[in-house]
Write a protein that binds this ligand. Structure first.
Ligand code: TTP
Ligand code: MG
Length: 342
């Protein structure tokens, strides 16, 4: 028997929490992210509510560009602690609806609701869940239901915002067919460009391609892509999934090569990240350092340590070596640095 998987994702999450906390912003275009500083601010957009998205603003866009597109938007800083606490309350509600619950990010989770037996009953549960979250937390969510995680997530994406969409096994083929290959989770701009170049713009076209053709172009991932284009995804719901990484990053006020400035900011990030990991009893093996240079060129370097648990001094030394390698290898001024533990 086929499984029934429910995917839920909160709508414009950070912005929705801000709207809830500040009712006078309701209905206005809101952007949460770095300070735009009247258009010269650095850093990026974390998220924009759906009103602001009408102006073309989206997550990860430079905040200066967002300001150009929509100077009249309400710009708010990121209140990570607040969003985390709302997320925890929402995920507690979500988790009461099934034994198998996998929280995948701050605003997203999968449930195995095969016990519903039919997609009609699964939809009822989806609506109940949406209503309960809205009643208790005043946040809208979108729910997608399908025979596997991929279809459930794609159903959510197609029903945003505040929607519910189910795709039964019989409906999978028609649902996927007309969609752009870019809609497949995991197909980023790079692979979609290759696929377009090869003439496969829709999933309908992609699914006619033999598997070995895709592995020729994409290696092992080609096999996954082949399966996905057929609507197949056998990944289980992973209940005991801990946070996979912890990290922080910061954009400099001005691109800089001043090593004192760079290392001062870096050491603060190192401390903050290490303390957070300790607080959450988060075990990590890999330390990654990210560097963005003038012109947005971004690189990461990482080091996997055999030593566990690692002391703060060892961790700091490893991170410093990685950052130094960057500074030796690239001569451009630095725009952003970050550290991540995984
Ligand atoms: P998403 O679920 O990707 O986006 P969203 O909830 O804002 O909007 P929607 O789901 O309706 O499309 O991400 C959840 C939160 O994670 C988002 O509110 C802000 C944060 N986030 C970032 O900080 N940077 C990013 O690049 C992305 C994609 C999200
Ligand atoms: Mg979301």
């Amino acid at each position: 028997m086929s499984r029934i998987i429910l995917h839920i994702d909160l709508d414009a999450f950070f912005a929705s929490v801000e709207e809830r906390e500040n009712p006078h912003f309701r209905g206005k275009p809101i952007i949460v992210g770095a300070d735009p500083k009247g258009g010269i601010g650095r850093g990026v957009v974390s998220t924009a509510n759906y009103e602001a998205r009408k102006f073309g603003v989206h997550s990860a866009m430079p905040i200066s560009k967002a300001y150009k597109l929509c100077p009249q938007c309400v710009f708010l800083p990121v209140d990570a602690e607040l969003y985390q606490s709302v997320s925890e309350r929402v995920m507690n509600i979500v988790a009461t609806h099934a034994n198998l619950c996998e929280v995948v990010s701050i605003d997203e989770a999968y449930l195995d609701i095969s016990f519903c037996g039919t997609f009609a009953r699964a939809r009822e549960l989806g609506n109940k869940l949406k209503n309960e979250i809205f009643k208790k937390e005043k946040i809208h969510a979108t729910v997608g239901i399908g025979p596997n995680k991929m279809i459930a997530k794609m159903a959510t994406n197609s029903a945003k915002p505040d929607g519910l969409k189910s795709v039964s096994p019989e409906e999978v083929k028609d649902f996927l067919g007309p969609l752009d290959v870019e809609k497949i989770p995991g197909v980023g701009p790079k692979s979609s460009t290759t696929l377009y170049r090869l003439g496969f713009d829709t999933i309908e076209k992609l699914r006619e391609v033999p598997e070995d053709f895709l592995t020729h172009y994409f290696g092992k991932w080609g096999s996954t892509l082949y399966k996905e284009s057929q609507g197949i995804d056998e990944r289980p719901i992973e209940v005991f999934q801990e946070a996979k990484s912890i990290g922080h990053e910061e954009t400099f006020e001005k691109d800089t090569r001043d090593s004192e400035e760079i290392f001062t900011v870096f050491d603060n990030l190192l401390k903050e990240t290490f303390q957070e990991a300790a607080k959450q009893h988060f075990k990590f093996k890999t330390i990654s350092v990210k560097c963005r240079f003038s012109g947005f060129e971004t690189h990461t370097k990482d080091k996997t340590t055999a030593l566990r648990p690692i002391s703060f001094a060892q961790y700091k030394k490893t991170a410093h070596v990685l950052l130094l390698e960057f500074l030796v290898q690239y001569k451009n001024p630095v725009r952003l640095i970050g550290v991540r533990l995984s």
